[in-house]
Design a binder for this molecule. Structure first.
Ligand SMILES: C[S@@+](CC[C@H](N)C(=O)[O-])C[C@H]1O[C@@H](n2cnc3c(N)ncnc32)[C@H](O)[C@@H]1O
Length: 275
């Protein structure tokens, strides 16, 4: 993107700038929990009033980075088992995970809405093992573009909360049924947080996040099995390595109710293999 060019994005695609910004704020710290120089480089290249619009809360930045680190761990574990596997990133926005965890052999497929993919193409040219597809992830046409001869891991970081709940269920079922033996990593906001976004009471600086109609309290994750009989296992992924006061409070928040049951969560769904 040439200097002086400003991205014009709809309210949901704009959320990709929000997450990018927070990863970059965290990555600029010498004691960062997420090494992400590509995110720092991107926010320097994009002409957007990040700080004015989104603020620069160190807490939000660290939480955002810890969430990304949960996804990174799952992707890195997958690539250690399946070095030539395919990582499918639904709603990838301007996530820079490829530059953090790629192993030099895997294939990567990004699926996002047309305006988000256009921005990603401008800013992050795909390498030979990366492909960007402009499509609605819930419509499942993208599943035809994935090589079924290799293992598949699907990620939906920061995506599902923006979708209507029946679409989330159908997306999970569609993935489980089309990718036997695969896995899907998702994150969820808790119900109280979703309610704040739906009633316009979630505001930070100049920014009000779009409504998040899909939510799941951490204790409800077992219910994700009801999306499809092909969802074989459900696993919680917990943030590790938090810094400062958060490092003290997070282990408590993860184990002591009511926070433990009403917190944001990252979950892995493993799909049953071929019958
Ligand atoms: C909060 S951003 C998350 C971006 C990135 N995954 C991250 O964590 O930094 C949400 C992304 O989901 C995308 N998105 C929203 N609805 C979508 C849909 N139906 N299909 C594909 N992508 C969608 C938006 O364009 C945006 O890039």
């Amino acid at each position: 993107m040439s200097s002086g060019e400003r991205p014009e994005l709809g309210e949901v695609p704009e959320t990709a700038l929000w997450t990018l910004w927070h990863r970059a704020v965290e990555a600029r710290r010498p004691d960062t929990v997420l090494d992400d120089p590509k995110a720092v480089e991107l926010v320097e290249r994009i002409d957007f009033p990040f700080a004015e619009r989104f603020g620069a809360s160190a807490l939000s930045a660290q939480l955002q980075a810890l969430r990304a680190a949960c996804f990174d761990r799952e992707v890195a574990d997958f690539l250690a088992r399946e070095p030539r596997g395919t990582v499918v990133c639904l709603g990838e926005g301007l996530e820079t995970q490829y530059w953090r965890v790629d192993n030099g052999r895997a294939r990567w497929l990004t699926v996002d809405l047309p305006e988000s993919v256009a921005l990603r193409e401008q800013l992050l040219s795909p390498g030979p093992r990366q492909r960007y597809l402009a499509a609605d992830a819930t419509e499942l046409g993208w599943t035809e573009e994935v090589d079924r001869d290799q293992a598949v891991l699907i990620t939906t970081q920061g995506l599902l909360m923006y979708l209507p709940p029946p679409r989330v269920k159908a997306l999970i079922a569609g993935c489980a049924e089309r990718f036997p033996g695969g896995s899907l990593v998702l994150d969820a906001v808790p119900r109280w947080f979703s309610r704040l976004t739906l009633t316009g009471r979630m505001r930070s600086h100049d920014y009000e996040p779009p409504p998040m109609p899909w939510a799941m309290d951490a204790r409800e994750r077992g219910g994700l099995r009801t999306a499809s009989p092909a969802v074989a296992a459900v696993r919680d992924v917990r943030p590790v390595g938090a810094r400062g006061l958060l490092g003290v409070l997070l282990p408590l928040a993860l184990t002591v109710p009511p926070l433990a049951t009403h917190r944001p969560s990252v979950t892995v769904l493993d799909f049953a293999g071929q019958p």
